[in-house]
Design a binder for this molecule. Structure first.
Ligand code: SAM
Length: 351
């Protein structure tokens, strides 16, 4: 619900107050001098506290080892909000008497949960079988540190769900996909009761729907296995973020273009000469290897790659996560899909 800069994390109030007494000088100076008004919010999980209990905790805190500078202001206009959070264990449907975790810190911002309704897929102009859920799209954009002015690219763009979330945070967004029908918005529709896609169904219209068209650069047809041949290399890098959901081969095929130079069994020379490249299987290892190499080359320094990787839970080990010498692993989060299978959201940063 909120982001909080946590200064103290303790398992009992005695440990809490001794940690509070040894806060770093920078934090103590900030609390004493930086704000002309403040308030303290007390929140509890698994137990409801009465108003009086909350007031007691605030009084205990303000008469403790830390000097709070400024006037108390309980209204929204105060300079700073401190948070005291308590977590209570529940045993046999009963909350414990004392909290098992106590946190104290400075409130940074509230989440934007209300925007999830706005970006709901059911009212989205253009969706496909694998359109990314808005919550996960927003998390990916955050993990990628997309902000005002970031240049963001999705090399497996599909219906552009990730472009929508990145544009929401101020990114200038572009994408590509091997599927002509997706990029041009034609072919069979994924909507229940609708046979073919209609004219309004396009990535551009998805962004337009939310007033984000100005942040849309474009999307084009391209095979991700050939990206290295597509872009003009610059030592400084190009993209601030590459954010993508590669195909797993379950709900969409994993293919790349073949080359006529490759030997093809039993093909007559006169046919081979005019052979139009066909599609070949593009397995997950190759996809991720190409993706990491591309990101390592075309991200700016400090830029981030965020992508999903499917795994069989029983066989998984952290060693399965692809590595690259120019990319540092920042985070690896699991989304369990069922007992056997999950997918992991991997975040890497170019070093
Ligand atoms: C999981 S979907 C991406 C869905 C997308 N995030 C969305 O919200 O609609 C993967 C996409 O990769 C595309 N794809 C498959 N092979 C590809 C390749 N070799 N190069 C580029 N795109 C490819 C598929 O056409 C599909 O649209």
């Amino acid at each position: 619900r909120s982001a909080i800069e946590v200064w103290v994390q303790a398992v009992s109030y005695s440990s809490f107050y001794s940690q509070l007494a040894s806060l770093s000088p920078e934090v103590l100076v900030e609390i004493l001098f930086s704000f002309s008004s403040f308030r303290i919010k007390v929140e509890s999980f698994n137990k409801q506290l009465s108003l009086q209990e909350k007031i007691n905790k605030i009084e205990q805190l303000t008469s403790g080892p830390v000097n709070f500078g400024g006037q108390i202001n309980l209204k929204d206009g105060c300079d700073v909000t401190y948070c005291l959070l308590e977590y209570y264990e529940r045993v046999n449907n009963q909350s414990a008497e004392t909290p098992s975790q106590i946190y104290f810190g400075k409130w940074i911002c509230d989440s934007q949960r209300d925007v999830l309704k706005k970006y709901n897929l059911s009212s989205r102009k253009f969706i496909g079988n694998t359109s990314m859920d808005p919550t996960l799209s927003m998390i990916m954009a955050n993990m990628a540190h997309v902000r005002e002015g970031s240049l963001v690219y999705d090399p497996f763009v599909g219906t552009g769900s990730l472009l929508v979330s990145c544009a929401h945070f101020g990114g200038h967004v572009m994408g590509s996909d091997i599927d002509y029908n997706i990029i041009t918005g034609v072919g069979k529709s994924s909507r229940a009761g609708q046979k073919y896609r209609c004219r309004e169904e396009s990535i551009r219209n998805n962004l337009k729907q939310y007033g984000l068209e100005a942040r849309y650069i474009d999307a084009f047809i391209a095979d991700a296995s050939l990206h290295d041949k597509l872009w003009k290399f610059s030592k400084k890098g190009l993209f601030d973020a590459i954010i993508t959901d590669p195909p797993y081969g379950i709900r969409e095929p994993t293919t790349k273009l073949g080359f006529k130079k490759e030997p093809i069994d039993d093909m007559k020379p006169e046919i081979e000469e005019n052979h139009i490249p066909c599609k070949k299987n593009y397995n997950l290892n190759e996809i991720l290897c190409d993706l990491l190499c591309f990101a390592a080359k075309y991200l700016v320094e400090g830029g981030r790659l965020v992508y999903w990787m499917p795994i069989y839970r029983n066989d998984y080990s952290d060693l399965n996560i692809p590595q690259h010498e120019r990319l540092r692993l920042v985070s690896n989060c699991e989304q369990v899909l069922n007992n056997r299978v999950s997918r992991r959201m991997i975040t890497m940063q170019k070093i």
